[in-house]
Every structure is written in structure tokens, then in C-alpha cells.
Design a protein around this ligand. Structure first.
Ligand code: S3P
Length: 427
């Protein structure tokens, strides 16, 4: 499906971003492992978290979903059944990597499959440590989906320094560790999103300038009854849209403000972005706030590589903002972008070049020479069926002086089913 984007006259209105994808996945997985019933409200209707729910059903977990509330009857750590058909993770790396950790730990006999994009993403990063823990997991060519998981002779505790700042990898190891008698300890030097340890209440201590998180069979898995906050990663598209349009006055409601997720706002503030947080509170075990976005004058920035893990999903839309900032912006240390739903460094370089922006792709980042009065070409944007490419291109196109087209626009449903309604609803 092609969607047309016309130049926006203003970015004004009140938007409630969709429920957080990362938290939705985890809430369902952890609820299924708990003993008892969890009521998760504001569960995401996006394709990825729905893939997680479908996999759980095949594993014998009973759940009902109505008006954004999901009721899950936990089966406990040892309650999954061996599914009689492959578990389809669709496009979702979080489903495959986190459920992969859980199922390998539980020793469930199963096969996990994914779409073309997911089948091309490396799973070796989880296969290696899980194998070291005594789990029985293998993939096509030892590294890709389909993954085959079998029973094992017990999960051994592992002390694991994370080789990449990846919350999916961290979670896969910790989740498998929940099936071991001895503790599994993951050490992370650069902090990645911490929803797994927060929602499970895992022990986590500051250690040698990083964080040591541990878990074992002794950790009780809590019931997951709470409201899922709005997705900061989705809100980021509007933080940027509101910042690059001169006529903007936007209120984003109930946005998740977990500090391991919000580096994009910090970077936009360093660039001159103007945001006001109100109505700050806790929902579940996560901070949330409303964010008011005002027009501003953006200037170029050199992004601190330490912030990269905390804005990994927002880098594409930050690159759009940088095209409208006065002067040079530099992103480095972001090689991980090449391992997402598509190679997002190469894809964004093509999108930005199509728009006419002055950019240079680097092996681990991008250099962008921005101009406040930059006018993107009206053009057709490819998306590689990657939701974040489509949404970044749409925001870019909204500052053009003519009509643009976004290809395969339905892919936004992976994380943000009503993205186009929200875009077209701005005035
Ligand atoms: C996610 C972690 C991130 C992120 C992905 C969701 C998660 O991946 O890109 O969209 O829910 O844990 P990595 O942890 O592999 O960087």
C-alpha cells in the first residue's frame, strides 16, 4: 500500500501514542510464567506484541483480549506444552529472542519461525550463551531462524558480560537463567533498556561502573497487572515533527519516560528542542508523563556514543531532525542499526539522499549537514517494509513543498497501527 504525504501546515493537536511494544511483549510473557491471573491494560494491538500472544496460545497459555485489556492465566514456569506447529514470531525480534530464552530454559520442544526480515537477522548472539548454559537450541546454519529448541539436562548458571549493548540479548540470557538452580548473572557496561529486570523485580546492583543483574529459579515471577505506558519510541516521531515544523503546538499524552529509553529527548534538547513534561507519575513499574512540544531552532549535535543504546530505535527519526538543524551532526557507535528489521544505516542513508539532504553514511553512523530551511524533494520513499523507515520518511515528507509517497506503508502496523490516522489528523 502506498500512502501519500502532503506538506503539513502545522503540527498541532493532542496525540496518545500507542502502547509500548517492549513492555507489552514482556508483560504477556511474564504473566504466562506467573502462577495466577494477570490483567494487563493498554496492551498493544500492533503486529509484534500480537505475535507474542499467538505464540503463548500455542504453548497452552489461556488468554482473552478485549478493548486493549489482556487477561492471562499464568501456567507457571513449568506449565508450557510442546506446541504441535511452529511458533510464528512474524517480524518480531523481541518475540524470537526473549521467547527463545524462555523456551530454551524451559526445555520446550518447539520450532520458532519468522518472516523474511526476521529470518535474516542473527540469532547466534542468543544461541551461543544459551548453549553455554546447557540449553538445547540451534538455528539454520547455526545462526538464523528457524530455531529448533529441545529438552536439556538442566540449566547451568552463567556469569555473562554482555558483548553488545542489547536488551534482547540480556533478556534472553536472564530469562533462561530463571530456570536454573544457580544464579545467572549478566553484566552490562552500557545500560540497555531495563524493562525485563524492572517488571520481574530481578536483583540488580551497580558493579565496576556498570550493572550486574541476576536471576534463578528462586526468583518468584510476579503477576503482571498494570497499565502499559505509551511508547516513547512512537512518541519520538512527534517530538521531531513538532520540532522541525514552525507552526507546532503538540501535546503527547501518557508517554513512557523510562530513562533507559528517552535519550532521543535528551539529544533533541541538546539540539535546542523544547519539551515540557507534565502529569508525571508511575504506571506499573514505569515512569510516564505528558510531553508538550513547542517550535524551536535546532542546531547540529555530536551524539555521545554512550547514549546510543538508549535511543537505538529513535536514531532514524533523529537523523531526520538533524537534516533541519543548523550545521553538522555526527552519529557514531551505532553499528547495531545494521542488524535491525533492515540495515537501518543503509536504508536511512537512501531515504535522506532521496530527500536531497547532505549526508554521509559511515560504517557505524552518519554525518549530516543540516539547514533550518531545508526543503525535502517531493519524492517516492522506499521503506524495506520496516515500520520505522516508513514513519521517518513520512515525517521528512511532511516538510516538503509537494506531495510524496511512502511505499509499503502498512508496515507501520508492526509498532504503530494508527500512525497514518495520527499524521493525517494533525492540522
Ligand atoms: C528491544 C530492544 C532493542 C530494540 C527493539 C526492542 C526490546 O533491541 O531495538 O526494538 O524490547 O528489548 P536490542 O536490544 O537488540 O538493541
Amino acid at each position: 500500500m502506498i500512502k501519500e504525504v502532503h506538506p503539513l501546515r502545522g503540527v498541532r493537536g493532542i496525540l496518545t501514542p500507542p502502547p509500548d511494544k517492549s513492555i507489552s511483549h514482556r508483560s504477556a510473557m511474564f504473566a504466562s510464567l506467573a502462577d495466577g491471573e494477570s490483567l494487563i491494560s493498554n496492551y498493544s494491538s500492533a503486529a509484534d506484541p500480537q505475535s507474542t500472544l499467538q505464540c503463548l496460545r500455542q504453548l497452552g497459555v489461556k488468554w482473552e483480549q478485549s478493548d486493549g485489556v489482556v487477561k492471562i492465566i499464568g501456567v507457571g514456569r513449568d506449565g508450557y506444552i510442546n506446541p504441535d506447529s511452529p511458533l510464528d514470531c512474524g517480524n518480531s525480534g523481541t518475540t524470537m529472542r526473549l521467547m527463545g530464552g524462555i523456551l530454551a530454559g524451559a526445555g520446550v520442544h518447539c520450532e520458532m519461525i519468522g518472516d523474511e526480515s526476521l529470518s535474516a537477522r542473527t540469532m547466534k548472539r542468543i544461541i551461543d550463551p544459551l548453549t553455554e548454559m546447557g540449553c538445547n537450541i540451534d538455528g539454520r546454519d547455526g545462526k538464523f531462524a528457524p530455531l529448533k529448541i529441545r529438552g536439556h539436562n538442566g540449566v547451568k548458571g552463567l556469569r555473562y558480560p554482555l558483548p553488545i549493548a542489547s536488551a534482547q540479548l540480556k533478556s534472553a540470557v536472564l530469562l533462561a537463567g530463571l530456570f536454573g538452580e544457580e544464579p545467572t548473572e549478566v553484566f552490562e557496561k552500557e545500560q540497555s533498556r531495563d524493562h525485563t529486570e524492572r517488571l520481574l523485580g530481578l536483583k540488580s546492583v551497580v558493579h565496576q561502573g556498570g550493572k550486574l543483574i541476576s536471576g534463578s529459579r528462586k526468583d518468584k515471577i510476579p503477576i503482571q497487572s498494570y497499565r502499559v505506558p505509551g511508547d516513547f519510541s512512537a512518541a519520538a516521531f512527534w517530538l521531531v515533527a513538532g520540532s522541525i515544523h514552525r507552526d507546532s503546538d503538540l501535546l503527547l499524552k501518557s508517554v513512557g519516560m523510562n530513562p533507559t529509553r528517552t535519550a532521543a529527548m535528551t539529544i533533541l534538547e541538546q539540539m535546542g528542542g523544547e519539551f515540557k513534561k507534565t502529569n508525571q507519575k508511575e504506571e506499573g513499574r514505569e515512569p510516564v508523563a505528558d510531553i508538550h512540544v513547542s517550535p524551536c531552532e535546532l542546531k547540529g549535535v555530536t551524539v555521545d556514543p554512550l547514549l546510543i543504546p538508549n535511543c537505538i530505535d529513535e536514531l532514524p527519526i533523529l537523523m531526520v531532525a538533524m537534516c533541519f538543524a543548523e550545521g553538522k551532526s555526527v552519529i557514531s557507535g551505532a553499528e547495531e542499526l545494521r542488524h535491525k528489521e533492515t540495515d537501518r544505516l543503509s536504508a536511512m542513508a537512501k531515504i535522506l539522499k532521496n530527500s536531497g539532504a547532505d549526508i554521509e553514511e559511515k560504517p557505524d553512523g552518519m554525518v549530516i549537514n543540516g539547514r533550518p530551511n531545508f526543503i525535502p524533494n517531493p519524492t517516492t520513499y522506499p521503506t524495506w517494509r520496516d515500520h520505522r523507515m516508513a514513519m521517518a520518511a513520512a515525517v521528512m515528507a511532511s516538510r516538503s513543498n509537494g506531495k510524496s509517497q511512502i511505499q509499503d506503508a502498512e508496515c507501520t502496523a508492526i509498532s504503530y497501527p494508527n500512525f497514518w490516522d495520527h499524521l493525517y489528523g494533525l492540522s
